[in-house]
Design a protein around this ligand. Structure first.
Ligand code: FES
Ligand SMILES: [Fe+2]
Length: 445
C-alpha cells in the first residue's frame, strides 16, 4: 500500500513536483497533426501543468512555445498566425516557431531590443499523424519517439484524443489492469451480457469481435492469474485464463506492455495493434489517446474509424465536443442508465467501452489517495507500475539517474501485445512476443 507521500510523489506533476520534471525528460504527445493547420488557429496546450501554445506556420512547420507573450504575457493562442510567425494581438510583436523575436513594432524603428530577447520554444516532432514535443533540458533531449505505429504511413493509423478529468496515474492503471475486463466491460467481454447488449444496440455487438479479438475464447467465469516481468522500458505482463472450450491442458493468454512513462500496448485483432497513452495535462486532468494501427499494410477504412468511435463512445458532436471534452461527467453520473441496468440490458449502464473506463477513473475523485486501498493478487501489474515509476523518480531525484527507459533505450518498434491459446506448459512470454519472434505463438499476429 502506498503512503500518502508516495502517492503524491507518484501522481503530482504541476509546479516543481519531481514527477513533472521527470516526465519532461520524455517526448510528450501534443495532439493530432490535423488539429494544427498552416496559418490556422494556434492551439492552447497544457502539459504537466505548463501553459503552452502549439501552431503550424505558413511553411507547414510546427511550433510549441510558452503561451504567454515574452513582452507582457498576453496569450499567444489569441495571436495572428501568418507570414511564418505568431503576431501577438496586444502590441504586435512577431515571434517565429524557434522563439526568435522577428519584430517589435511598438518600439522605435532603430531599436535593437528584439535581439536581446528570445521566447521559450521547444523541439517538435511529427509522425504518423501525431505531434510530439520535448520540454526538458535541451542537452538531454532523447531520440524522437519510435514505436511500431509511428513508423507507419498516416492512413494506417487512427488516433482518438479525449480529455479525462482525473489524474494520469489513475487512468494509466486502467489499461494495465486486465482483471477488470470481465467485470466493467461485461457488455463486450461476457457472452451472456453481450447478447443482452446486442438486443439493445446491434452496432455494439457487431464491433465486439473486431475490436476485442479472441477475448471471448476465455472462460469468463474464471479469474485471471496475472504475471509480470520487468523490461528495460517498463514491463510486460500476462493475464492467464481457462479457455472457454479448449482442453484442460491449454491456457488462454493475453500479454500487454507498459512502456514508461504512460503508454500501454494491449492485444488487438489480427492485423491490428492497439496503444493507449495518458498524458498529464495537470494534476487532475489527462489527455487520453487511443491509437489503432494496421500492421498488415492495409489502410484504416472509414468504417473502421466509425466503428472505433462508436465502440469507445467518443463520437464527435455526440459524445465529445471538438476540443475532446466528454459530455459524460461526474456531475451527470456519466449518463448511467439505471433502467437499462435493472432490465439487464447492460451491466454498467454506461455507453461505450472507454466511457466505462472514464467513469470509473473519474469516480475515484480527481486524485485518489491510494493509502486507503486494499490490493489483491489481480493488482500485480498496477503494483509493478507504481514501484517502477516511484523507483525511477527517486533514483532520478537522489542520484541524477536517467528516467526509466531512457538509460538503455529498447527498440520499441519491436514490442507487440498478443493473445492466444497455448499449451499449459508453454511460458506466457511466447505470446505476443517481440516482433521478430512472435510468428510461432498461436493466435498472435
Ligand atoms: S504582450 Fe505581446 S506584444 Fe505586448
Ligand atoms: Fe477498461
Amino acid at each position: 500500500v502506498l503512503k500518502t507521500s508516495e502517492n503524491e510523489l507518484l501522481c503530482r506533476v504541476e509546479g516543481d513536483a519531481a514527477m513533472g520534471s521527470m516526465l519532461a525528460r520524455y517526448w510528450l504527445p501534443v495532439g493530432r497533426s490535423s488539429e494544427l493547420i498552416a496559418d490556422g488557429p494556434p492551439r492552447r496546450l497544457k502539459l504537466l501543468g505548463r501553459r503552452l501554445v502549439a501552431f503550424r506556420d505558413s511553411g507547414g512547420q510546427l511550433g510549441v512555445m510558452n503561451e504567454n507573450c515574452p513582452h507582457r504575457g498576453a496569450s499567444l493562442a489569441l495571436a495572428r498566425n501568418e507570414h511564418c510567425a505568431l503576431q501577438c494581438l496586444y502590441h504586435g510583436w512577431r515571434i517565429d516557431r524557434t522563439g526568435t523575436i522577428l519584430e517589435t513594432p511598438s518600439e522605435p524603428e532603430d531599436s535593437t531590443f528584439k535581439t536581446k530577447i528570445r521566447h521559450i520554444a521547444y523541439p517538435v516532432h511529427e509522425s504518423a499523424g501525431m505531434v510530439w514535443t520535448y520540454l526538458g533540458p535541451p542537452e538531454r533531449e532523447p531520440a524522437p519517439p519510435a514505436f511500431e505505429w509511428t513508423e507507419l504511413p498516416e492512413e494506417q493509423v487512427f488516433l482518438i484524443k479525449v480529455r479525462t478529468r482525473a489524474n494520469w496515474v489513475q487512468c494509466l492503471e486502467g489499461v494495465i489492469d486486465s482483471a477488470h475486463l470481465m467485470f466493467l466491460h461485461s457488455d463486450f467481454t461476457r457472452p451472456d451480457w453481450a447478447r443482452q447488449a446486442e438486443a439493445k444496440d446491434t452496432g455494439r455487438a457487431a464491433t465486439e469481435e473486431r475490436v476485442l479479438g479472441e477475448l471471448n475464447k476465455a472462460r469468463y467465469e474464471d479469474y485471471a492469474r496475472l504475471y509480470a516481468e520487468t523490461t528495460p522500458y517498463g514491463f510486460r505482463y500476462a493475464a492467464v485464463r481457462q479457455p472457454a472450450d479448449g482442453p484442460r491442458i491449454t491456457k488462454y493468454v493475453r500479454t500487454s506492455h507498459f512502456v514508461a512513462p504512460f503508454f500501454g500496448f494491449f492485444p488487438a485483432p489480427p492485423g491490428n495493434g492497439f496503444m493507449q497513452a495518458f498524458v498529464p495535462i495537470d494534476d487532475y486532468n489527462t489527455w487520453f489517446y487511443w491509437v489503432q494501427y494496421r500492421v498488415d499494410g492495409q489502410p484504416i477504412t472509414p468504417e473502421m474509424r466509425r466503428a472505433a468511435l462508436e465502440f469507445s463512445g467518443f463520437v464527435p458532436g455526440v459524445d465529445v465536443d471538438e476540443d475532446g471534452h466528454n459530455i459524460r461527467t461526474w456531475d451527470n453520473m456519466w449518463l448511467q442508465d439505471r433502467g437499462a441496468m435493472t432490465r439487464k440490458e447492460t451491466f454498467s449502464g454506461i455507453s461505450g467501452i472507454n466511457n466505462e473506463d472514464f467513469a470509473i477513473q473519474e469516480s475515484m475523485g480527481p486524485l485518489f489517495d491510494r493509502s486507503t486501498e486494499h490490493l489483491g493478487t489481480s493488482d500485480v501489474a498496477v503494483i509493478r507500475m507504481r514501484k517502477l515509476m516511484l523507483a525511477s523518480v527517486r533514483a532520478w531525484l537522489d542520484r541524477g539517474e536517467e528516467p526509466l527507459g531512457l538509460a538503455e533505450p529498447f527498440p520499441l518498434p519491436r514490442i507487440r501485445a498478443g493473445e492466444g491459446i497455448i499449451d499449459q506448459e508453454q511460458p506466457w512470454q511466447t505470446v505476443g512476443d517481440w516482433l521478430d519472434e512472435s510468428a510461432t505463438a498461436i493466435g498472435a499476429r
